[in-house]
Design a protein around this ligand. Sequence first.
Ligand SMILES: Cc1ncc(COP(=O)(O)O)c(C=O)c1O
Length: 626
Amino acid sequence: MSTSNLNDLSSFEPEAILAAVPGDHPRAAAVLVLGREASQTGHLDVAAISQIANELYSEGFPASSPFYVGAPSQSSVSSSLEASPLSLEVGSIPNVSSVAQPSAATSVPAYAGVASSGFETPVSLGQSTTKDLAAYKSIELDQLLGSIDIPYLTELNQALEDQSHAQPQVFSAASGQTPAAASVEKSTNTDHFYFLQSGDGGLDSKTLSAVAPDKSPAFDVDLVRKDFPILNELVNGRRLVWFDNAATTQKPQAVIDRLAYFYQHENSNIHRAAHELAARATDAYEHARETVRRFINAPSVDNVIFVRGTTEAINLVAKTWGKKHLGEGDEIVISHLEHHANIVPWQMLCQETGAKLKVAPVDDCGQIILSEYQKLLNSRVKLVSFTQVSNALGTVTPAKQMIEMAHANGSKVLLDGAQSVSHMRTDVQDLNPDFFVFSGHKVFAPTGIGALYGKPEVLADMPAWQGGGNMIQDVTFEKTVYHEAPNKFEAGTGNIADAVGLGAALEYVERIGIDNIARYEHELLVYATQVMSQVPGLTFIGNAKEKASVLSFKLDGFNSEEIGAALNQEGIAVRSGHHCAQPILRRFGVETTVRPSLAFYNTRGEVDLMVETLKRLVSNRAPSIH
Ligand SMILES: Cc1ncc(COP(=O)(O)O)c(C=O)c1O
């Protein structure tokens, strides 16, 4: 096939052509777009075509293509791009310069069937300025893209005819979410949650769940940063440096676009209407639940309850399981590291039930003293609740060991994953807590959504919390029969769109690779610790051997707010205050600290900028101090 065969497509937008491709063959769509561009404009806009092709080809070129580069690379995406510079050799477009391509993570269509096909190294078709088509008249597109059967030609023509009566659909290049991707997926969609018929629209949870986290290529921070539009924001005339990740994380374009897509194409209440959008919304919501399940390795989606966030999850457990199982003289053990969200609900429960709250102490580095923790574990302890990572100090607690110790004592365990989910792999079957809780907004998802995981037998033993719609099987004025978990704990209309956004965020993290993230962040934390130590008068609060993300500190001669304000002048956002963890700060004799906290989109350059600012602050103040 050559470009000249495609003249009849010239009146269609490329996106409409993409959207109309009825088959499951993204390469066909790429050919059509390429052909349409070429034949309609007489110009080959290599930049635009590169972008489209990089999205469609994120799963790799077919082996027969001249651009096939083999099996997944463990090297970074950028180095793989450098190693295999690709130009449109046929017709020889000469220059392949390095371009702002969407990262590998972004370029994988977020809900396309292609995501399940396993990675080959993402490749760039390269970038050049617009080229005259004349030079490429002889391009054989199938040679360019591999031996391709274009399937469904008849259907395609039909679809294009229909399309001419319809509004062209829009897709965002940065999100990797194309209607074509959805349409590709529709054709393989056989396992819908509800009554959605195959091909009726909505997204395919079966295909989507097949994302293979372990096959993610290593990430390049410069590429990853392109996925977060807010990182281009100017604050006080400077490029934003977001070091307030422990408070909340920024959102990738894939999440932003997924929310927009939901409201544009799927919005409905869920579970209870016999119409198309109800089915799509239900599919999307339940797909997100499956994504959460996979992300934390829960045994079943029935173990995953959507809540507003960590705080609501802990309150739910306190007010249901806690109220049922705790009484006068019983004890709850927490640690000195806890966020107020893991203190106050237990205090309230103790007030209601007559139970007592006991606190496992930490050493001077901010590590839980396990021998003291062990001493607290006695037959009265019904529940242990502690954090996996301290938001104030960054301490990573020995969660698995502490859970084993609690279980050996016959106590149930709630593990607070608010600060750990975005930094390390979560495997609830390996860690083995009875409850695991986290907030979506700490892991690149929207605010107002999070999850409570509970072991099946523990959830089955829990009374309902809030009553209302969605959680019931049958209601009469005499009696109500509840659903089982998870619906039993999701009364009323939940945060449907943001649950879908949470699913998109976790899929994004899977594509980057949580182990890649952990490795990169650890190196950045070690680097930041070293260079910050060189700031005169700086003292870290919290020096645990195992730390994640957080660099709490005090600076002689300055209060925390002054430092926060000075950094803000440079566009650097850090938290200064008590971080909703007053007991642990007071343990170290302070009421507040300055708390930079890192995510995988932060860089050494940003750390250097913060350190320079701190040093300047100190040297400017020095004369008045001495
Ligand atoms: C360790 C820890 N637990 C619980 C919470 C509460 O999370 P949310 O406010 O999202 O409910 C936070 C928030 O910072 C936290 O860091």
